[in-house]
Structure formats: C-alpha cells, structure tokens
Design a protein around this ligand. Structure first.
Ligand SMILES: O=C([O-])CC(=O)C(=O)O
Ligand SMILES: [Mg+2]
Length: 203
C-alpha cells in the first residue's frame, strides 16, 4: 500500500506530526528518544511490524523479504542502544523493495549513507556496533515502540519532531482534526509574520 491508496493516510502524510499528535489528544506519540537519523526525513505508511531480541536482526532480514511497497518497517528491539539493527545494506535493500522507511526501538549505523539513500530511518541511537543474527523474533505481531502500541497495518507518521501512530479506523477523523489544527496555526503564523515584518519560515 502506498500513501495514495488511502486518502486518510495521504492527508496525514502532508501534516506536521505535532498536529497529528494534538489531534489524538496528544496520545500515541512515541518517546522523544525515537528520532530521525537525518534532518528533513518524512515518513508515512502502514506498519510491517517486527519483534526482535534486543541487538539481533534476523527478523529484520525476514521483514525485507516480506515488505510491500509503501510499508514502514517498525522494529521493536527492546530499546537496546548497543547494537545497530540496520545499516546501509538493509536500508538499500528496503528502498529497492519500495519500503517507505524504518522506525526502530533500537539503534542504527551507516547513517551517512542512509541519509544519501534518502531512506527515512527513525531510531533511538547510532552505533557502529553490529547486530547478532540468531533470533528469536516475529513478524506481523503487535509491538511497542517508544511506549506506543503499533499493530500491523497501523499508519506510522514521522518528521523532524518524531513519530506518531494512527489506527486506520480513526485515520479520517484524525486527519480532519489535524488539518483543522494546522489551519488554526496558519492563522497564528500569519499574524506573527506580520508582527515580525517578514515571512514565517516553513520547515
Ligand atoms: O550488519 C547488519 O546487519 C547491519 C548493517 O550494517 C547493514 O545493513 O549495512
Ligand atoms: Mg553496514
């Protein structure tokens, strides 16, 4: 599924994640430690979930074989920051498969190349230390990422502020509320720009 297959996801993908979080009564936003590895990355897509033993990426490799275009690979790695669950090779293979990006409750490496690939990767940490590849793990199970439950197919949105998760059943309603919040803020930005005597910057 790509963002264009779901009108609600497509609408959410155009909005700041902060507005999406506000539209969910400020719930369902991942812990601030889960951050983009490069500035300007934007992430939007349904989740392919992965549960893995901390520091082990056997099931991330399985996810690369299973991923469908537009999906975001969401890896619950127990918050481990000591071993990178993915690097440039996995990111490149994922890009070739049409994957929209990664959210890791764990660490990443090879970030300069991941940035050059333009692959959105949100993670807790960067480390050169590599992962083990023994398992155990699971695909397509509900997981927790930075304190937020992500079920398979949930919409995952990310930008420079962080990551939010929206269930497909609520996505149209949340998109509507987030658009209203953004429009309200547009009016505030216009008033501030006038006071500043210069255009309000865009992100
Ligand atoms: O060794 C690994 O599995 C992770 C890695 O660095 C890569 O994907 O480039
Ligand atoms: Mg590597």
């Amino acid at each position: 599924m790509t963002t264009t297959d779901s009108p609600a996801l497509e609408r959410l993908s155009r909005l700041p994640v902060a507005n999406i979080g506000d539209a969910m009564e400020r719930l369902n936003v991942c812990h601030s430690a889960v951050r983009s590895t490069w500035e300007g990355a934007r992430l939007a897509g349904p989740a392919l979930t992965v549960l893995t033993r901390p520091g082990d990426n056997l099931y991330v490799h399985r996810a690369i074989e299973a991923v469908r275009p537009g999906q975001v690979i969401v890896v619950a790695g127990g918050g481990d920051e000591t071993r990178a669950l993915i690097g440039e090779l996995i990111a490149g293979r994922a890009k070739a498969a049409g994957c929209a990006g990664f959210v890791l409750d764990g660490a990443v490496r090879d970030v300069a190349v991941i940035r050059a690939l333009g692959m959105p990767v949100f993670a807790r940490a960067v480390t050169p230390a590599g992962p083990y590849k023994n398992g155990p793990g699971a695909l397509d199970v509900p997981v927790a990422i930075g304190g937020v439950v992500v079920s398979p197919g949930d919409y995952v949105l990310g930008d420079d502020d962080g990551v939010a998760v929206v269930t497909p059943a609520t996505a149209t309603d949340i998109a509507e509320k987030a658009e209203a919040k953004n429009a309200q803020e547009d009016a505030a930005r216009a008033a501030i720009a006038e006071a500043l005597g210069e255009p309000f910057p865009t992100g």
